[in-house]
Design a protein around this ligand. Structure first.
Ligand SMILES: Nc1ncnc2c1ncn2[C@@H]1O[C@H](COP(=O)(O)OP(=O)(O)O)[C@@H](O)[C@H]1O
Ligand SMILES: [Mg+2]
Length: 306
């Protein structure tokens, strides 16, 4: 059975992620290292926008592996997560084979012997041929290891977690009509949660746990540097960082998220705006509230802050 290649050290993971434009830190890389070492899923919890989903995407790119994503939502069930029978195809095949089926059933003495003969078709019509593979089954069936992202698991109902447990502890899926399907290669599983509800102890026990914090300002600026297509100077990043710390010191209704910080930095860099020319409208990509924009603008223009 193929395994995800084991890493020499957390440092190797940091370097690989950097090549995929993901700025890691020691906590993240160590958790990934341990998850790889023990072939266990990695459960990442944290506020929205701190880089949970991006980690899984970048990790798959860094390793050159396919990313299979299961986006969770309220009401998600096994037909959307694991597999579903392809009824329309079953029906079509049954219609096309009608002559053959009539032939087999035609001389049955009574209804119950016709039923007995019909049951012989079960394994034909309930076989892998008629299965629609959803993300969990696709991840298990892949001959090559994949990165399986089970995103925002806290949005699903608690009953959905029970379904995940079999997959996550044994890397296998039972389909009553077919049997147990074992993983051809163990996927690297990443579960994320924004903490909308508490996840079960059983699920937590099976995972390596990482709480992801909002990157500190040094890591934020490194992220901004990688996201800007043109090379930026340290002075530019110092200017952005300085403005952000002033802005964040205000009592904001909606402090900017990382995505907003990136968008804002990109817009400031490409418009060539410097500290002297920041207007309220140029804050539109950073702050999405009128009073927050005013507070930020006033802080930037206050004489003692200039
Ligand atoms: N460590 C990081 N390195 C590079 N980009 C990052 C990093 N963390 C977050 N980002 C950027 O921030 C954005 C938001 O991150 P995302 O993974 O969607 O957050 P979450 O899934 O935690 O809500 C991403 O689109 C990505 O561009
Ligand atoms: Mg996300």
């Amino acid at each position: 059975m193929n395994k995800i290649r084991q890493f020499k050290s957390p440092g190797e993971i940091t370097a690989l992620l950097k090549q995929a434009e993901y700025i890691s830190n020691e906590d993240i890389s160590t958790a990934v290292y341990i998850a790889g070492l023990l072939s266990k899923p990695l459960l990442i919890e944290g506020q929205p926008g701190v880089g949970k989903t991006e980690f899984a995407k970048s990790f798959s790119r860094a390793l050159g592996l396919e990313l299979i994503r299961l986006q969770c939502y309220e009401g998600i069930d096994d037909t959307k997560a694991v597999y579903e029978w392809e009824y329309s195809k079953q029906l079509l095949y049954a219609q096309l084979l009608k002559g053959k089926i009539d032939e087999i059933l035609g001389d049955a003495a009574d209804l119950s012997s016709a039923m007995d003969r019909l049951k012989r078709f079960n394994s034909t019509f309930f076989s892998e041929e008629f299965i629609i593979r959803r993300p969990l089954l696709r991840a298990i069936s892949s001959p090559e290891p994949v990165v399986l992202l089970i995103d925002e698991v806290d949005k699903s109902e608690p009953s959905f977690e029970a379904l995940l447990l079999e997959v996550l502890s044994d890397y296998q899926i039972s389909i009553p009509e077919i049997g147990t399907m074992k993983a051809k290669s163990i996927p690297f599983v990443v579960l994320t949660s924004n903490n909308a509800r508490d996840l079960s102890d059983e699920l937590r026990r099976r995972c390596i746990y990482l709480y992801m914090n909002m990157p500190d300002s040094a890591r934020q600026m490194e992220i901004v540097r990688t996201k800007l297509s043109t090379k930026v100077s340290d002075d530019f990043l110092d200017m952005i960082n300085g403005m952000l710390s002033l802005i964040n010191a205000q009592d904001l209704k909606r402090p900017p998220s990382l995505s907003e910080i990136i968008d804002w930095s990109v817009s400031i860099a490409s418009a060539g705006i410097d500290r002297e020319h920041v207007s309220v409208s140029s804050l539109g990509s950073l702050l999405k509230d009128e009073s927050d924009q005013q507070k930020a603008f006033n802080a930037l223009w206050k004489p003692q802050n200039r």
